[in-house]
Design a protein around this ligand. Structure first.
Ligand code: AMP
Length: 307
């Protein structure tokens, strides 16, 4: 039984107030599958790249036990390219370039060996492709998690609303939740978004943590206070990969367990922001991950004995 992850596998160029990355490897599926691979031994990617994508990066997926049979390599074509620039506070980011390249006509391939998919993470990419992947799996996975971003709200609104009716969990950031719902208050936004299809919503708030909503239950997770944030790129995807990876490992989709999954996602994202690109999430020890999860638990643990 496997965890199938789709999304972009890409080149990025990132500018922060401290440094510029030049062209580095990124993409939603890259970040999410690396993060999930610390929890599930059966991560399988569906994505597309051009033949400009480095073979050693694909080798690294294999070293992490990630199956790339569903990663198509298009001869003579270029990989998806994204460039972004962070403002001084590192919370606000402007997209400078989105070159879809191979993503423009991506027809996702689902190898026969992926038909055992038990959990599906529809990472950030074209909403109609996210829907096609659901359609091409013979059995509906037990859990479908979807992540998206403002780019698709601006360019593929109807397709996004359609795929949302088929998923269990949506993970988006606060700005995207406001855009999707038309509500400024995140509580009102959550109420509106939960009417669109998903039973559960996670709103990621960067350095301010994350909110989990389901029915009338709410859980608030802090972010780990870090002395230095170097590059926030990919934190949202790493969160989604850690969150879904933990749910895949435990097979328990209760609200209680999703709370722990949010903490796991938060801990994984806290590593991601410490270095450029995928550098930090490429090689983590299970002890380092466990240590951050315990730190997060201590961070908001207090006594209510007097109340
Ligand atoms: P995050 O910082 O978690 O929002 O994710 C950043 C990653 O998303 C980068 O590595 C980009 O390659 C990728 N990305 C940027 N724009 C898009 C898009 N429109 N669709 C899919 N992936 C994207």
């Amino acid at each position: 039984m496997s965890l199938v992850i789709i999304g972009t596998v890409a080149f990025d160029s990132i500018e922060t107030p401290f440094a510029s990355s030049g062209r580095i490897v990124g993409g939603a599926a890259t970040y999410a599958s690396l993060a999930a691979s610390y929890f599930s031994e059966k991560v399988k990617i569906v994505a597309v790249v051009g033949d400009d994508f480095p073979a050693e990066e694909i080798e690294h997926f294999h070293r992490r036990g990630i199956n790339t049979e569903g990663l198509q390599i298009k001869k003579g074509r270029k990989s998806f390219f994204w460039a972004g620039k962070y403002r001084k506070d590192l919370n606000t980011r402007d997209t400078l370039t989105t070159d879809l390249n191979v993503l423009a006509d991506f027809d996702p391939l689902i190898p026969e060996s992926y038909q055992d998919c038990r959990q599906l993470l529809l990472g950030n990419l074209t909403p109609s492709v996210q829907k096609t992947v659901i359609d091409r799996l013979r059995n509906r996975p037990e859990l479908i998690v979807l992540d998206t971003m403002n780019f698709w709200m601006d360019s593929a609104w109807d397709d996004l609303l359609e795929v949302l009716t088929h998923v269990d969990v949506l993970t988006i950031n606060d700005e995207e939740a406001r855009q999707l719902s038309g509500e400024y208050s995140l509580v009102k936004a959550a109420r509106e978004i939960l009417r669109l299809g998903p039973d559960t919503l996670v709103i990621k708030k960067g350095e301010h943590g994350a909110l989990l909503f389901s029915g009338d239950q709410v859980f608030s997770a802090p972010a780990l206070p870090l002395e230095e944030v170097f590059d926030p790129t990919g934190a949202g995807d790493v969160f989604a990969g850690g969150f879904t990876g933990y749910l895949a490992k435990t097979g328990d989709y209760s609200f209680e367990n999703m709370k722990t999954a949010v903490i796991v996602g938060t801990a994984m994202a806290s590593f991601c922001v410490e270095q450029f690109g995928t550098e930090r999430v490429k090689s983590l020890s299970s002890e380092a991950i466990a240590d951050r999860i315990r730190r997060l638990a201590r961070l908001s643990n207090f006594s209510v004995a007097d109340f």
